[in-house]
Design a binder for this molecule. Structure first.
Ligand code: ATP
Length: 319
């Protein structure tokens, strides 16, 4: 293999740049040229690509976001659009593609592979919602950002005897919420995997108050309920000042922490190794501390992400 492409797709995640850097440097070390495709599948369709050198990825290991850009491009679900994308790659003699992104991006890579174009997937998303890996690139950094915000909210909510509701990203995966609830010492956690019982939450707040708790932090995953409305209902029910904070896009930004940089470097290196070995339609993961790879179709269609019941139970003991 002589030429490969790399792109980032879906929501950006801290550590994506470290992954691109690893793909570029490991490929060059094996005399493989690398083309960077800008703005995900949208750029692939437009033919927006450029050859990357060692220098293109200098000073990138510590930068948040993705210097290649990312985009949502639903048109990629159409076969004719993907056909044009493959033509763009072939025009430049690019023989395979590394896709860094979430499960939507994996779907794109899977479909390209099914059309005969070799692809490797690297899990780059803050949500940690991809099967076949314990951690996705960006999860740990995002988690730290959330915990930092929760620490700040704790200072102000305990000074004012306030109840704070914190809405956390994660789409339909509660990992960021659950981990930040444990790390931030919150009083209650609401996860999409468990569902939301408002009566139980009220009861929990009342029990906490009776036992002398001066404040409460409630962590909740996005899309579960309208947190601003929930704050109003809690205030009406308990008579205590309640505020909802939606952390939003702050969670995506920032320099990747060391864990994500190392994870991204290892995953980028493995992607290049797989391509050198002539493998395609694989996705990379870290399981029990080891680099692994799985069939991307199996990963999307058959494998499940196990819910961390042990952590959920722990959080309930620690509250
Ligand atoms: P994150 O979860 O972090 O937002 P993601 O990769 O899941 O990342 P999506 O917006 O779901 O983000 O997908 C990214 C891109 O992948 C889409 O904009 C689209 O171009 C492509 N894509 C998604 N689903 C499909 C599909 N079924 N077939 C082909 N391409 C797809």
């Amino acid at each position: 293999i002589k030429k490969i492409g790399v792109l980032t797709s879906g929501g950006d995640a801290p550590g994506m740049n470290s992954a691109i850097r690893a793909v570029v440097r490991c490929a060059l070390a094996n005399d493989i040229e690398v083309y960077g495709i800008y703005d995900g599948y949208a750029g692939l369709h437009k033919g927006n690509l450029k050859q990357l050198t060692r220098h293109s990825v200098s000073d990138m290991i510590n930068r948040g976001g993705t210097f290649l850009g990312s985009a949502r491009f639903p048109e990629f679900k159409e076969e004719s659009v993907r056909q044009e994308a493959i033509k763009n790659l072939e025009k430049h003699g690019i023989e395979a593609l590394v896709v860094i992104g979430g499960d939507g991006s994996y779907m794109g890579a899977k479909k390209l592979s099914e059309m005969g174009y070799p692809c490797i997937g690297i899990p780059g998303t803050i949500d940690n919602d991809i099967a076949g890996t314990d951690y996705t690139i960006g999860f740990m950094t995002c988690l730290n950002t959330i915990v930092d915000a929760v620490d700040r909210l704790r200072d102000t909510s305990s000074s004012h005897n306030r109840i704070s509701i914190v809405e956390v990203m994660g789409r339909y995966c509660g990992d960021l919420t659950l981990w930040s609830a444990i790390a931030g010492g919150s009083e209650y956690v609401v996860l999409p995997e468990i569902g939301f019982d408002e009566a139980e939450l009220f009861e929990h707040i009342e029990t906490g108050e009776a036992s002398g708790k001066k404040h409460a932090i409630i962590m909740i995953t996005e899309h579960v309920t309208d947190v601003t409305e929930l704050a109003k209902r809690i205030e009406a029910k308990t008579g205590r000042e309640t505020r909802a904070t939606i952390l939003g896009h702050i969670q995506r930004g920032g320099s990747p922490m060391a864990f994500d940089r190392v994870l991204a470097s290892r995953m980028g290196a493995r992607a290049v190794e797989l391509l050198i070995d002539g493998k395609s339609a694989r996705c990379i993961g870290l399981q029990y501390g080891k680099m692994v790879d799985h069939d991307i179709i199996e990963c999307l269609e058959e494998m499940e992400r196990p819910f961390r019941e042990d952590l959920y139970n722990l959080s309930n003991v620690l509250f």
